[in-house]
Design a protein around this ligand. Structure first.
Ligand SMILES: Nc1ccccc1-c1cnco1
Length: 261
């Protein structure tokens, strides 16, 4: 997968050089490139924002630098994509699909684990990090010609820009790519992997500050352990995220199991 990120604070994305995602990049499992929006300005002040039409506080990001940056990214990525799609010299180059352009925004669709899995299937992703009061809306309209545009929110709260959201989304997506996580089994029993919260985990010592590990986990009875873990998932989800449990009430949770909540 190739990921391009455009930001006025490229150094904000430095954490993506670390740990799991950093190693995936070194191993060639993820081609992630960060671009400075100011490199696509033409004035001596490298300005990227201006006052909003209609008045109001704050500044709006100018359209032209974004169009220049996104067009450059689309062109660069499509050259790479076309090469792959062509299957080598001589073959007819297949028209690469339009990259997905994710625009982090409080006004976007809600990002979740299902979307992380969906986006992990894409060949290319482009992230546009807005700042100030946002990006001139005409950029989003123009971008539809070159991208599948998806404004996306991490949740109902306000950030100062899209970079933090990109860090979270790239980690959530990147870790799902083949070969990135050492043991793929560990991706199966995580919170939200099956729509429920994960069960509690314990390690040595078996007794710590007068608190004991649940006896079933020391029993060696794998059927009982699996049953206990599943029950804990439902109990936790009912307690902390009843909204998620609705989907299970509808189809996944046998009624008999509801007696415990
Ligand atoms: N508040 C924001 C401001 C700028 C870019 C993204 C966001 C955002 C994303 N998810 C929640 O908020």
């Amino acid at each position: 997968m190739r990921i391009d990120v455009v930001s006025i604070f490229p150094e904000y994305l430095a954490p993506l050089e670390l740990s799991l995602i950093g190693k995936a990049r070194q191993d060639g499992l993820l081609d992630l490139r960060v671009h400075d929006l100011r490199d696509f300005t033409t004035d001596k002040h490298r300005s990227v924002d201006d006052t909003p039409y209609g008045g109001g506080a704050g500044m709006v990001m100018k359209p032209e630098p974004w169009a220049q940056a996104l067009a450059a990214v689309a062109a660069a990525a499509s050259v790479a994509g076309a090469g792959e799609a062509a299957g080598g010299a001589g073959a007819m180059a297949a028209e690469p699909a339009k990259p997905v352009l994710i625009v982090p925004s409080p006004a976007g669709e809600r990002f979740n684990q299902a979307l992380a899995h969906e986006l992990a299937e894409e060949d290319r992703l482009v992230f546009a990090c807005g700042r100030y009061e946002g990006i001139d809306e005409r950029v989003i309209e123009w971008a539809e010609e070159h991208f599948t545009v998806r404004p996306m929110s991490l949740g109902d709260y306000v950030l100062n820009g899209g970079e933090v959201a990109v860090l979270a989304m790239v980690e959530a997506i990147g870790r799902l790519l083949p070969g990135v996580v050492g043991n793929p089994d560990s991706l199966v029993e995580e919170s939200h992997s099956d729509g429920l919260l994960e069960y509690p985990v314990y390690t040595k010592p078996a007794s710590w500050r007068d608190r004991d590990v649940p006896a079933v986990l020391l029993s060696g009875n794998h059927g009982k352990i699996a049953q206990w873990r599943r029950h804990e998932q439902y109990r936790r989800t009912a307690e902390r995220r009843p909204d998620l449990l609705e989907a299970f009430d509808a189809g996944k949770l046998p009624r008999a199991d509801r007696t415990a909540f």
